[in-house]
Design a protein around this ligand. Structure first.
Ligand code: DGJ
Length: 533
């Protein structure tokens, strides 16, 4: 089998695992869960029962290279064995120089040598920041993105990890790697260290200007306008008020590229970077320099070893975020999203509408423990979101994953085509999908649905007049758009699922059940239609 890789099919990036298209029905674990095998042991059983096919969790610089030049891979090997025993894959989150705009996962020998590994300065001479955050104080200090030695050492450790995976993980249990975690600087729009000041006074590299011009269509308005006026000059001359964030994005992307390229040279797994989203405010209120949509083209120009950039979604604007992160050929890959009752419909919409590669609620091991969503998981979350008040139900989410696992070959074969689409209750302005001469609509929010706002419908057209519908909390309706054959009827409606690649029918629906009604658990139908006049 070849190693996991990314391929473009029908103009869309798809992930191939064991040579077959794959989407990650996943969850990201709390930051500390994968730090010991003992703690992980019961988590695997629970995640298997949730019908996930994969997990995302950290492997850290702190634990891989606790002493400079001494590398430890026993933990990662043990995690690989545990995953294999549970028939699951996983993605590594490389917590290196950055973790949520801070450097808490750098090893001691990096943290304590401030000369060799300088910190970013939020104002001249001050390299830490304290932000009062609800119940406690968040302390931030970040390694400077302008220090080449930091990137070199981070890259060396990462390359050793990748080389080790190549040798040890011959079954490809590790399928991809996130390089760093939520990079950038908080509390200032740019680093004010001497290194950063010197870079700020220089001219913008032409490599960046040309890369942005090639991707002009995707650029946000202020950056596009600035570039139209000036294509040669210092950061301030070219980018005006966006200068600080562009500078930070360029140098942060360069650091990430140094790390990712060193890893890929050893073992070219798919790699990506994630971001703490713009949540209103100015750069520095969110980490300045991370791969937010405003600077996605900087990352595409500089961090060529990355296969995509990914949003961590803790804000209510799910639909808008998905749209922002699917520009410029970037596939939707959601490594973190709030664990709440809308996750089922969002999973279905991400896969059905955006042909997503991954959907992973954060702190997934908490599912079912209603009282146990730890405070840590709320850090950075928009807690005003009313959706957070309702939990994600284990059985509902498990069934959605189970059905989606079975459907994976059908759905991924339609990725990048118009024959796969989805509706979601929270996108009120869209209630109809069109497939050639047939439209499928959905009504949501009816009486039997215990938690309105959580419905979704995926439709996959697999042949002329044949569809798979995966529904949750909605009433679908078919219409003929063919003026010559305006009447549409059902030839058959089979309720069932794919088991080991074979369709298994559980019920043949007709009579009262012909008025299709997807209730409080996701279910899957195979439908054959007939149009006539
Ligand atoms: C986003 C980070 O990427 C995660 O590691 C974790 O800290 C969550 N926030 C907590 O909500």
């Amino acid at each position: 089998m070849s190693i996991p890789k990314v391929e473009v099919r029908n103009g869309q990036k798809v992930l191939l695992v064991d040579d077959r298209p794959f989407y990650l029905l996943s969850g990201e674990l709390h930051n500390s869960s994968s730090s010991t095998l003992e703690y992980m042991e019961p988590i695997w059983d629970k995640m298997q029962a949730l019908h996930l096919n994969s997990l995302l969790f950290p492997v850290t610089w702190q634990q891989v290279e606790p002493v400079e030049g001494e590398f430890h891979f026993e933990l990662v090997d043990g995690l690989i064995e545990q995953a294999k025993a549970h028939g699951m894959k996983f993605g590594i989150l490389w917590f290196g120089s950055w973790k949520n705009a801070a450097c808490s996962y750098a090893p001691d020998w990096v943290k304590t040598d401030l000369e060799r590994f300088p910190r970013a300065e939020v104002v001249k001479g001050k390299s830490f920041n304290e932000v009062p955050f609800k119940l406690f104080k968040m302390r931030y200090t970040t390694l400077s993105a302008f220090a080449e030695e930091t990137a070199r050492m981070d890259a060396r450790a990462f390359a050793k990890l990748c080389a080790h995976l190549k040798e040890y993980d011959t079954d490809h249990t590790v399928i991809l790697i996130q390089v760093e975690n939520e990079t950038g600087i908080l509390g200032a729009s740019r680093d004010h260290s001497d290194l950063a000041d010197a870079a700020f006074r220089e001219k913008v590299p032409q490599e960046l200007i040309q890369g942005l011009l090639e991707r002009k269509d995707g650029l946000v308005e202020d950056v596009k306008e600035a570039l139209e006026k000036c294509q040669d000059g210092t950061w301030e001359e070219v980018f005006g008020s966006a200068a600080d964030e562009m500078l930070m994005a360029y140098y942060t992307a360069k650091h990430i590229e140094t790390v990712a390229a060193a890893g890929k040279a050893e073992y070219p797994l798919p790699m990506y970077a994630n971001c703490w989203l713009v949540q209103g405010g100015k750069p520095g209120d969110y980490p300045s320099g991370g791969p937010v949509y405003r600077v996605m083209e900087v990352y595409q120009t500089v961090a060529k070893s990355l296969d995509w950039v990914a949003p961590d979604i803790y804000i209510p604007q799910f639909i808008d975020t998905c749209e922002k992160y699917t520009k410029q050929g970037n596939p939707l890959f959601i490594p973190e999203i709030a664990l709440q009752f809308r996750a089922t419909s969002r999973l279905m919409y991400a896969i059905g509408h955006h042909h997503a590669l991954c959907f992973a609620p954060f702190g997934i091991e908490d599912i079912g423990n209603l009282a146990d969503t730890s405070l840590g998981a709320l850090v950075g979350m928009d807690t005003s979101d009313p959706a957070l008040k309702n939990p994600l139900l284990f059985d509902v989410y498990a069934r959605a994953n189970e059905l989606l696992q079975g459907l994976m070959p059908v759905l991924t074969s339609l990725y990048g085509t118009e024959n796969l689409n989805a509706l979601i209750e929270e996108k009120e302005e869209e209630r109809t999908m069109t497939f050639g001469k047939i439209s499928i609509s959905a009504a949501f929010g009816f009486g039997t649905m215990s938690m309105t706002g959580a419905g979704a419908l995926i439709a996959a057209k697999t042949a002329e007049n044949e569809f798979y519908l995966l529904g949750y909390g909605c009433l679908p309706e078919f219409e003929s758009l063919d003026s010559e054959n305006p009447f549409i009827e059902f030839l058959s409606i089979e309720e069932g699922e794919f088991v080991n690649g074979e369709w298994v029918m559980h019920r043949l629906l007709n009579g009262d059940e012909e008025h299709i009604h997807f209730g409080t658990a996701p279910s899957l139908l195979r439908i054959r239609t007939h149009q006539f006049s």
